[in-house]
Design a protein around this ligand. Structure first.
Ligand SMILES: Cc1cc2nc3c(=O)[nH]c(=O)nc-3n(C[C@H](O)[C@H](O)[C@H](O)COP(=O)(O)OP(=O)(O)OC[C@H]3O[C@@H](n4cnc5c(N)ncnc54)[C@H](O)[C@@H]3O)c2cc1C
Length: 373
């Protein structure tokens, strides 16, 4: 057997190329995190009302938990005089098996510090594998600080949640809404996600469902907290526009040409008892308030009826309204993208079609009122 002279040796095989962006990435779940089990929903409440997004998330949590064959738990933090037990009973009817409750005077009214401590303490003690929060002002603030305190991953503004293997596959728009990406937190627990109101459907209530309550103390005093809650000043505008939960939404787009024509949308909305929505182009033109914008950077709506007048159907608008039961589009261009997903289409000039619809509905309702009288 002869050994090849060193000079004639075959060149060393090149090192296997590293996958882009993966250098040092840890995809294995460490042993101590393998015991994390169950799906949690942070139940957001404020001055006597639970934000409905919490129940929408409860429905999603139930589906995820059934796939993983684990329990669903709600988390309630609040003051000693707040009706947390009543909220827990509601949580069971929407799919929760258990509620973790923390009652403390410092938890009355949302503040980041005590809520972050409360939620992280609960997570460290009871170890959920998934935690969902509403992508509301409160939910976004809390989710970010809890995720950074726990050193885990958070996927914000998800539009779809699924299970891939045992991991949460959280899908959300990216690149300005032109692509969807699915993000997984493989090596950390819990896997956290926020979802905007109305992105997920409201689950059915089952009043017969019951659950258990697990209480835990916060262990924090007022002097530990730098933020003080002095007064609550409601935003008058915010409380009058109920776009996300409206049954009927009439939206106008740039095809209406000017602010004066946009009033035609209001007239139809008034007759139908509907809310008024708009595209970003309309909001940017100053024809209506920013709170009425539907879409990726506006509100998500899920009405029984959505009428889109003079709206092209760009993806950033579509993601905010495609969950509507019935979509009716009015557009002069028969090839406008909105006709790809509208249930009914009217190819025509919105300035002519809207007044005709308004008049037709007005006389229909007048006839019904006369019949009843
Ligand atoms: C990062 C990012 C985020 C965004 N977020 C949002 C968002 O949240 N919401 C949103 O809406 N957009 C959003 N956009 C903007 C979006 O891409 C579109 O530009 C916008 O939705 C278009 O608005 P439009 O349909 O009113 O106007 P256009 O695209 O100009 O469409 C007008 C439509 O009206 C039709 N038309 C013209 N004349 C008439 C007539 N007389 N009668 C009937 N129809 C007529 C035309 O055929 C056309 O289809 C975002 C964009 C980016 C990049």
């Amino acid at each position: 057997m002869s050994e090849a002279p060193k000079s004639a040796a075959a060149p060393a095989a090149p090192a296997a190329p590293k996958a882009a962006g993966r250098a040092g990435r840890n995809t294995e779940l460490p042993e101590h995190l393998k015991s994390y089990k169950g799906v949690w929903v942070f139940i957001e409440h404020d001055r006597g009302h639970v934000n409905p997004v919490s129940w929408e998330l409860m429905g999603e949590a139930r589906k995820l938990a059934d796939k993983l064959q684990v329990d669903v738990s709600g988390v309630l933090l609040g003051g000693p005089d707040e009706p947390l037990d009543a909220y827990a009973a509601e949580a069971y009817s929407y799919g929760a098996d258990r509620c973790y409750i923390m009652r403390d005077a410092v938890l009355k009214g949302y503040r980041n510090e005590p809520f972050t401590k409360g939620l992280t303490d609960l997570v460290n003690k009871h170890q959920p594998e998934i935690m969902l929060l509403g992508a509301t002002t409160m939910g976004r603030d809390l989710a970010g600080s809890v995720a950074t305190t726990l050193g885990t991953g958070l996927t914000a503004d998800c539009t779809e949640l699924n299970i891939d293997g045992r991991a949460l596959a959280a899908t959300r728009p990216t690149f300005g809404g032109s692509l969807l990406c699915t993000i997984m937190t493989l090596a950390y627990r819990p896997q956290m996600a926020t979802v905007r109101p109305r992105v997920m459907p409201m689950p059915r209530r089952d009043e017969t469902r019951r659950g258990e309550i697990v209480e835990m103390a916060l262990g924090m005093v007022e002097t530990d907290i730098v933020t003080k809650l002095l007064e609550f000043i409601p935003d008058a505008n915010r409380n009058t526009i109920n776009l996300a939960y409206a049954d009927i939404v009439i939206s106008g787009g740039k095809g209406l040409k000017n602010a004066d024509n946009f009033k035609l949308v209001w007239e139809l909305a008034r007759v139908l008892g509907a809310e008024v929505g708009a595209t970003r182009a309309v909001v940017q033109a100053g024809w209506t308030e920013a709170e009425r914008q539907v879409g990726q950077t506006g509100k998500t709506v899920r009405p029984k009826l959505y009428i889109a007048a003079g709206i092209s159907g760009a993806i950033q608008h579509r993601v905010g309204m495609e969950g509507s039961d019935i979509i009716v589009a009015i557009n002069t261009d028969a090839y406008a993208p909105i006709f790809d997903f509208a249930h009914y289409g009217i190819v025509g000039n919105a300035m002519q079609v809207l007044p005709v619809l308004t008049q037709a509905f007005r006389s229909h309702f007048d006839k019904r009122i006369r019949k009843i009288a």
